[in-house]
Design a binder for this molecule. Structure first.
Ligand code: C2E
Ligand code: CA
Ligand code: CA
Ligand code: CA
Length: 277
């Protein structure tokens, strides 16, 4: 049985079509993960480059699998998106994020980013579920930024636009994730009620050694500011890249050089240690 299961996972990891039997077993494992408390919320800080404080963070999902250990989203999010189960994962992540915000706001956390997928943008129940979590934990929508990739928006541009307008009206901030890798037109993006662009890490990872990458990042920073949007760089792995970003006027930075994603329960201590110097 162990061998069969391993083969199913490998088949899925290779990005091939999963046969019906394997898909059903994966789906039931994922359901088990939600009800069995195997999901974990990790947080990765974002550094504000104007005053050097880390008062915002991104929520990143992990699955503490009983046999396979701690799994990164690449192992299960694409499958969850295919099957639509990602809507349940989003609900879990957002609820856990509201709990974190309620606990950490007093310690200086002012903005938490949560990832949404295409499936969420076309989910008629999304708004009601988000509202219920906000109310249950007594936190405001304005404390959350929802990150959506260009490609998720372009999958269903009309419905995405309608959902984003409602989310913005509720008070959520909205961010375009992986910016620069999609195929959306600027004219279209400009119509969306977006507050932030997130420069894709493929341009940032080697910007300190590749002048072309640095030029692309600079261009995106200027574009964002020209549209009065905040701009965040992800994938900041070196002090040199961080210094370049600050010099370009980039607003925020996120990456291993600042901190790796950490269990949410460690985040308060991380912020306190940073403040202590
Ligand atoms: P993303 O939204 O682009 O998240 C950033 C990813 O880059 C994270 O990977 C993060 O750990 C990684 N990263 C951060 N700093 C660095 C760095 O300096 N260098 C490098 N090489 N990588 C860095 P992670 O946590 O494995 O998540 C991968 C993707 O899975 C995310 O990409 C996002 O698309 C998706 N994902 C994660 N959590 C959720 C979730 O709750 N819901 C949904 N729908 N998708 C999620
Ligand atoms: Ca993201
Ligand atoms: Ca990203
Ligand atoms: Ca390059």
């Amino acid at each position: 049985a162990a061998k069969r299961q391993r083969r199913e996972w490998l088949a899925y990891d290779a990005g091939q079509a999963v046969d019906t039997g394997s898909a059903l077993s994966l789906l039931s494992e994922l359901r088990g993960a939600v009800v069995g408390g195997q999901l974990r919320l990790f947080l990765q800080p974002k550094l504000d480059l104007r005053h050097g404080e880390a008062c915002s963070a991104e929520a990143l999902l992990r699955w503490q699998h009983p046999q396979r250990g701690l799994l990164a989203p690449a192992h299960f999010i694409p499958f969850a998106e295919q099957t639509g189960f990602v809507r349940q994962l989003t609900q879990w992540v957002f609820d856990a994020s509201c709990r974190c915000m309620a606990a950490l706001a007093g310690q200086g956390l002012s903005m938490l980013s949560v990832n949404l997928s295409t499936r969420d943008l076309v989910d008629a129940q999304l708004i009601g579920r988000l509202q219920a979590s906000l109310q249950a934990h007594g936190v405001a929508a304005s404390a959350f930024c929802l990150e959506i990739t260009e490609s998720a928006i372009m999958d269903e541009p009309q419905r995405a636009q309608a959902t984003l307008a409602r989310l913005s009206a509720m008070g959520f901030r909205l961010s375009i994730d992986d910016f620069g890798t999609g195929h959306s037109s600027l004219a279209y993006l400009q119509q969306l009620p977006v507050h932030q662009l997130k420069v894709d890490k493929s341009f940032v990872l080697e910007m300190d050694t590749d002048p072309n990458d640095a030029k692309i990042v600079r261009t995106i920073v200027e574009l964002a500011h020209g549209l009065a949007l905040e701009v965040v760089a992800e994938g900041v792995e070196s002090a040199a890249a961080l210094a370049q970003l600050a010099a370009m006027g980039c607003d925020k930075a996120q990456g291993y050089h600042i901190a790796r994603p950490m269990p949410s329960e460690d985040f308060g201590a991380w912020m306190a240690a940073r403040r202590a110097g």
